[in-house]
Design a protein around this ligand. Structure first.
Ligand code: HEC
Ligand code: HEC
Length: 219
């Protein structure tokens, strides 16, 4: 009995031999397909606003009153990113993409993460901030920023009516250079004001203060 089984197994092995390399390349082809899929989704559904390099400079960008975000500068969680993509940002051109299923969007998020680390941890502020500037930054956050962003960064009662509303800073942050720019210049077309008149060091302090609100873990 054993002998017959062994002989059969050998026969099958021989018969299968020619197909094995084919199976492998087929497997590689399907891997490539699933890899390409996210890239295709990005090119077709995101790039005309966010740009092929995701830096917010797509061909459509010039026509947007509220500019598309530089996606290379965002650091967030999978859950929050999924929500942005499927719910959009009310009051802006950022549409909701319910045409894609969860697998496709997971793929897209993995792709954005591979290329730009959007699901990576927030970055610490490298600038030197004196204790005085840090104190002023914290004071400014509590007195001014919190009116819209809330003391905990989740948004205030007042900001619920804003379109676009502030992002949830406990789950969503920007790289320091980008946060510095938005805090200094405001976000065009939105209620996010410019704070460029504050000393530079205080603005870096604000970048740090906002960064510390980020409590949601990475996933
Ligand atoms: C028609 C233009 C347009 C398209 C297409 C578009 N976006 Fe956006 N997107 C925007 C704009 C404008 C903003 C800025 C919204 C804001 O600042 O409130 C934005 C913001 C974002 C943000 C940051 C959220 C925030 O609060 O600013 C993410 C993440 C994002 N888009 C991802 C995507 C992905 C992924 C796609 C493709 C599936 C996509 N977008 C397609 C215009 C677009
Ligand atoms: C009057 C309301 C208001 C005040 C005051 C305010 N913000 Fe904002 N902020 C917003 C809104 C609305 C947005 C969302 C803009 C958008 O959709 O791109 C925002 C966005 C942001 C963002 C994220 C920007 C992005 O590209 O996603 C940061 C960081 C930020 N604010 C920091 C601050 C800091 C620091 C202060 C205080 C110095 C402050 N904000 C004061 C309304 C406000």
């Amino acid at each position: 009995m054993d002998k017959i089984l062994t002989a059969n197994a050998e026969k099958y092995d021989q018969e299968l031999q020619p197909y094995l390399p084919g199976t492998l390349s087929h497997y590689r082809a399907s891997l490539k397909f699933s890899y390409d899929r996210a890239e295709t989704i990005f090119s077709q559904s995101c790039a005309f606003c966010h740009g092929q390099n995701a830096d917010g400079r797509g061909p459509e960008a010039k026509r947007l009153t509220i500019p598309a975000e530089d996606l290379t500068a965002i650091r967030t969680t999978r859950q929050y990113l999924y929500r942005i993509i499927t719910a959009g940002v009310a009051g802006t051109a950022m549409a909701y993409f319910t045409i894609y299923d969860r697998y496709q969007l997971d793929d897209l998020m993995d792709y954005l993460n591979r290329k730009y680390q959007v699901l990576g941890p927030p970055e610490e502020v490298a600038a030197v901030i004196s204790p005085q500037a840090w104190a002023q930054a914290q004071h400014t956050y509590e007195q001014t920023c919190s009116v819209c962003h809330g003391l905990d960064g989740r948004g205030s009662q007042l900001s619920q009516g804003l379109k676009p509303a502030p992002p949830d800073l406990t789950a969503y942050s920007l790289l320091p250079h980008r946060a510095f720019k938005v805090i200094s210049e405001g976000y065009p077309g939105t209620m996010m004001p410019a704070f460029g008149e504050l000393p530079q060091e205080v603005r870096w302090g604000l970048v740090r203060a906002v960064g510390l609100l980020r409590t949601e873990t990475i996933n």
